[in-house]
Design a protein around this ligand. Sequence first.
Ligand code: SAM
Length: 215
Amino acid sequence: MRLRNNPEALDHLKDHGDIVYINPEGMKGKWHSCFESQDAPLYIEIGMGKGDFILENARRYPDINFIGMEKFTTVLDKALKKALKEGMPKNLIFLKDDAVRLPELFENGELDRIYLNFSDPWPKSRHAKRRLTYPSFLELYKNALKKQGEMIFKTDNRNLFEYSLVTFANNGFVFEDVCLDLHHQEGYEDNIQTEYERKFSKNGPIYRLAVRVKG
Ligand code: SAM
């Protein structure tokens, strides 16, 4: 059995309460206070997995504050261990929680950008509501994002990508950029790869979509 919420991992997360927030209450509207630079833009990756992407972003862009969000304890603990080993950037914190709780976690307009990377595709239509680009999730993102806030979505899954093009378009977002082969198209040299991206780009193209909340 795959243990995604083991108690040892939870204890380890709790030992690092200064940088890991576990199902927090009372943080809504106050996330900037977690960082040295309180005026910096706030970016979040929802479903960060083992954290390679958000960790490298935090290193590369010290003038932006980052939150890596993941719902499973054991997965988040892997990200934490890696960050501690390599050096936790001051502009990064971790959040153990589920995206369905965004309205309890973030004030309207608190986020500047949301990343969704290689979100679980949930291919069966009876599971469509679990997709992180299902309309009810897009509604939560729209509220948490600033006016004109941005989302960047990457996947190797063509069906999920096509599905998401439609849901973003029909639920209050405007397209800024659509890329059908991220690793072979010019102009994306600054792309930061995720664990899944490194694994699955061998099998076919990586799709990327950038959208903004419709003004
Ligand atoms: N973003 C990483 C990457 O590209 O390598 C991980 C991708 S993995 C397929 C999807 C991750 O999203 C998993 O770690 C999963 O636990 C997390 N996840 C799925 N649904 C979530 C939700 N509702 N809230 C927070 N995290 C979620």
